[in-house]
Design a protein around this ligand. Structure first.
Ligand SMILES: [Ca+2]
Ligand SMILES: [Ca+2]
Length: 309
């Protein structure tokens, strides 16, 4: 509570008999602390008990508001409800029985009923290298620093750990961490308002896709050639691969590239690539390349013969 103004720590004016003293709050007893209570109550007395004939009260966000010289109530207590989150200041001054107003008194209340909101940097995509996900809690009232503020996360529903940096390790040698990982997380603010658990996903896939070209192709020059192929990618994976086909002559030079297409990775499905064949008569080889969304390329491109008659 602050009574009137001071200069250099010395009270700069005389005490008015109706000055409000002992302004307290039973609901928010410490002005420096946050409370999860939006119904603050205040009570006070005057310097000379019984000297007041009425009071002027206001609650706002300004620490130094002087309530107007208009009696708003006669009792020496006030309460409010549904007060929004934030720092508020209750102001009160009293009028004595002769109509003279005392100095204003002020009381700060800090209200926070709202949990923080945590954001994440997960992209929900598949990766073949280690991924770091950053969790960032935000809280407009009591904040996320100190007190009961914390952020906790769990990877795939396992151990909950405090922290804001989540590392999903990729191991291309053992593939043991390959998975569509789910990160669960929540934060609390300084006074412990807890956010409902949120989740995000990050896929780790270090396994290369595979291609097959089980059928020899044959085409009359000038007609449409049909190249058959299959593509696979072991789970866990995104389920699609980007396929490119290159046709080489006997010397090994690429003479035609079939533009990349995205296909569902299913080793049981035979796909076809068609093109109008203007290649010279002869024997060629077509090779099927695949890359999965995280960027793993097939180890050995399947290939087969293309005969142009
Ligand atoms: Ca809060
Ligand atoms: Ca893969």
């Amino acid at each position: 509570m602050t009574v009137g103004e001071t200069t250099s720590g010395v009270d700069a004016r005389l005490v008015h008999p109706a000055d409000v003293v002992e302004l307290t709050s039973s609901t928010h007893p410490d002005e420096s602390l946050w409370y999860a209570n939006d119904s603050p109550q205040f009570a006070w007395t005057t310097a000379v008990p019984g000297s007041a004939s009425g009071y002027s009260c206001i609650i706002d966000h300004d620490p130094a508001t002087i309530p107007p010289a208009v009696v708003s109530q006669t009792g020496s207590a006030a309460s409010f409800s549904d007060v929004a989150d934030g720092v508020w200041y209750f102001h009160v001054r009293a009028r004595d029985t002769a109509g003279s107003w005392g100095h204003a008194s002020h009381y700060a209340v800090r209200i926070d009923l709202t949990p923080p909101v945590t954001s994440d940097t997960a992209d929900g995509k598949w990766h073949n290298t280690t991924v770091a996900v950053t969790l960032t809690p935000n809280d407009a009232a009591s904040g996320t620093s100190g007190g009961l503020a914390t952020t906790e996360y769990a990877i795939d529903g396992l151990t909950w750990l405090p922290g804001t940096l989540v590392t999903l390790t990729a191991d291309p040698l053992t593939h043991t961490t390959d998975k569509l990982h789910t990160i669960s997380y929540w934060s609390t603010d300084v006074i412990g308002n807890q956010e409902a658990t949120k989740t995000c996903t990050v896929g780790i896939d270090t396994v290369k896709p595979t291609t097959r070209a089980p059928v020899t192709a044959s085409v009359r020059r000038g007609m449409t050639a049909t190249l058959k192929y299959r593509v696979g990618d072991a789970a866990p994976c995104a389920g699609t691969v980007t396929v490119t086909i290159k046709i080489r002559n006997r010397a090994g030079n690429v003479v035609r590239t079939i533009p990349a297409v995205v296909k569902t990775a299913d080793p049981l499905v035979t796909y076809t690539a068609k093109f109008r064949c203007r290649l010279a008569k002869g024997t060629y080889r077509f090779s099927v390349y695949a890359v999965d969304p995280p960027g793993n390329h097939q180890l050995k491109a399947a290939s087969n013969k293309l005969v142009v008659r």
